[in-house]
Ligand binder design. Structure first.
Ligand code: DLZ
Length: 166
C-alpha cells in the first residue's frame, strides 16, 4: 500500500522556535466555554513549552469582542505583549449571526495586527456544528485535533519574525 501523504496542516518551522524573551497574550471568549477551555489551555501549555517569559490572559464575552480586546492589550500600559492569540469559537445557528460575526472577527483581528504592528493570531474556529468544534478542540472520544498548540507556535514564530525585522 502507498505511504499515506499528509497534505493539510502546519508544517515544521525551518528552525526551532523559542519563546524566550517574549510575552504573549491570549484573549478568549466565554461563548462556547467547553470548546474554548480546550483551545485556551492547549495554546497556553504550548506557549509555556516553547519557553515564553509570560502568558497574559483576558476573557471577553464573544468572538465579536476579540479584536477590541487584542488592541486594548497591545496598546495598554499594563500587559505589554509581543503577540496576541485570539481564541474563539463560532458555531452556525439558524440566523445570519454566524456570518456577520465570522466576518467582523476575522477582518477585525487582521486589522489590529496590521494597524499595531504586533502579530495577532486568528485562533477562531468557524464550525457548522458542535461536533466540528469539539473535534478541533481535542474533545472528541478519538482525541480529535486541538488547534490551540498550533496557534501558540504561530504566535511565537511571528513574534520572533517581527523582532528580527527591527
Ligand atoms: C451572539 C452570538 C452568537 C449567536 N453566537 C456566537 C458564537 O457562536 N460564538 C461567539 O463567540 N459569540 C457568539 N455570539 C456573541 C457575539 O460574539 C458578541 O459577543 C455579541 O454579539 C455582543 O457583541
Amino acid at each position: 500500500m502507498a505511504e499515506e501523504t499528509v497534505v493539510k496542516g502546519l508544517g515544521a518551522a525551518a528552525s526551532a522556535v523559542s519563546g524566550a524573551g517574549l510575552r504573549v497574550g491570549i484573549v478568549y471568549t466565554r461563548w462556547n466555554e467547553k470548546v474554548i477551555e480546550g483551545l485556551r489551555s492547549g495554546c497556553k501549555a504550548e506557549l509555556q513549552r516553547l519557553g515564553v517569559d509570560a502568558v497574559v490572559e483576558k476573557q471577553v464575552p464573544g468572538a465579536f469582542e476579540l479584536p477590541f480586546a487584542a488592541k486594548a492589550m497591545i496598546e495598554g500600559n499594563v500587559d505589554k505583549v509581543d503577540a496576541v492569540v485570539c481564541v474563539g469559537c463560532l458555531i452556525k445557528g439558524e440566523t445570519m449571526h454566524f456570518e456577520y460575526i465570522c466576518e467582523a472577527a476575522s477582518q477585525g483581528i487582521m486589522r489590529v495586527g496590521l494597524d499595531t504592528g504586533v502579530p495577532v493570531i486568528f485562533g477562531v474556529l468557524t464550525c457548522l456544528n458542535d461536533q466540528q468544534a469539539l473535534y478541533r478542540a481535542g474533545l472528541t472520544e478519538d482525541g480529535g485535533h486541538n488547534h490551540g498548540p498550533e496557534w501558540a507556535t504561530t504566535a511565537v514564530e511571528m513574534a520572533v519574525m517581527k523582532r528580527n525585522c527591527n
